[in-house]
Write a protein that binds this ligand. Structure first.
Ligand SMILES: Cc1cc2nc3c(=O)[nH]c(=O)nc-3n(C[C@H](O)[C@H](O)[C@H](O)COP(=O)(O)OP(=O)(O)OC[C@H]3O[C@@H](n4cnc5c(N)ncnc54)[C@H](O)[C@@H]3O)c2cc1C
Ligand code: FES
Length: 259
């Protein structure tokens, strides 16, 4: 099993990049050097009343400078606290966690769709830097855009917005169909209805597909079973049709999970 580290990570910089969406660079050299695209970190609150860490995907890393970036939406108390941090403040973090995307499935000569919806968009930044094949990013937003510069730096970026204010009006699949795009492999992260639709599309088109699931978590390290999803195969450990998203995931082959 890959090494994970617990670090006291200082905030190098933080900025708001869209309404309720924040970008934070953390000084966490061990994790930044070990992380693969699609893995996540657990961030602990500095408030002793909030014991459980919050899982947040690694958006990108700068291993040489020992930095990693997270991009997150303020959803409740934990993320609200993180959003108020300033350079020099620090959080305990654990990572890299989970398995990450299989980048070797898109070698040179192959084409990939990197499909991100809402807060599932951030991990696509590091993934887009890591594939040898052709990168086509399809990013679906409710309205306001974020990370578009980073996402277009290593591939072609296609946008879908619910209100039609940018790119295709509609969802990520409307965007793929509307632009007549094709791919050999799909990597996707986003809300469950989007993942369900992407899985059905991949099946219909016969395209290999990898999904990153973002369920609620508690321990983040495989110990509590708070994050299980239904799987096709029986889990060796529990002998039931369950997989722990934090441990066996968050990335799964689409046909191996029921959504
Ligand atoms: C592997 C993984 C990667 C993630 N990556 C990101 C990311 O890159 N950026 C980001 O903004 N968020 C990400 N999330 C979701 C993030 O963990 C939650 O938004 C966060 O834990 C909420 O904490 P809170 O204390 O602010 O809110 P809470 O008070 O705990 O919850 C506030 C609201 O958010 C909902 N919520 C809590 N956890 C989740 C969850 N896991 N998924 C969906 N809804 C949730 C609750 O039901 C509630 O309505 C990720 C989750 C997982 C499991
Ligand atoms: S969050 Fe505890 S087992 Fe996954």
């Amino acid at each position: 099993m890959a090494e994970k580290y617990r670090e006291r990570a200082a905030v190098r910089a933080q900025e708001q990049i869209a309404a309720g969406i924040f970008s934070m660079w953390l000084e966490a050299g061990e994790i930044a050097r070990a992380a693969r695209p699609g893995q996540f970190i657990s961030i602990y609150s500095n408030d002793s009343g909030r014991l459980l860490p919050r899982p947040i995907s690694i958006c990108e890393t700068d291993p040489e400078r020992g930095l990693l970036r997270i991009v997150y939406r303020v959803a409740g108390k934990g993320t609200e606290e993180f959003s108020q941090a300033q350079a020099g403040d620090a959080f305990d973090i654990l990572g890299p966690l989970g398995n990450g995307f299989p980048t070797e499935r898109c070698p040179q000569g192959k084409k990939a769709f990197l499909i991100g919806g809402g807060i599932g968009i951030p991990p696509m930044v590091e993934l887009s830097k890591s594939l040898a094949g052709e990168v086509q990013v399809i990013a679906g937003y409710r309205d306001e855009l974020f990370l578009t510069e980073e996402l277009s730096a290593n591939g072609t970026l296609y946008l879908a917005t619910e209100d039609g204010s940018a790119g295709t009006k509609g969802n990520v699949l409307d965007c793929i169909r509307g632009n007549g795009l094709s791919a050999d492999v799909i990597y996707a992260c986003g809300p469950t209805p989007m993942l369900r639709a992407v899985k059905a599309y991949a099946q219909e088109q016969g395209i290999e597909c990898w999904l990153s699931l973002e369920e609620r978590m508690a321990c983040g390290i495989g110990a509590c079973l708070a994050c299980v999803c239904r799987s096709k195969e029986i889990d060796e450990h529990s002998q039931v049709h369950n997989k722990r998203i934090c441990k066996e995931g968050p990335v799964f082959r689409a046909e191996d999970v029921e959504l």
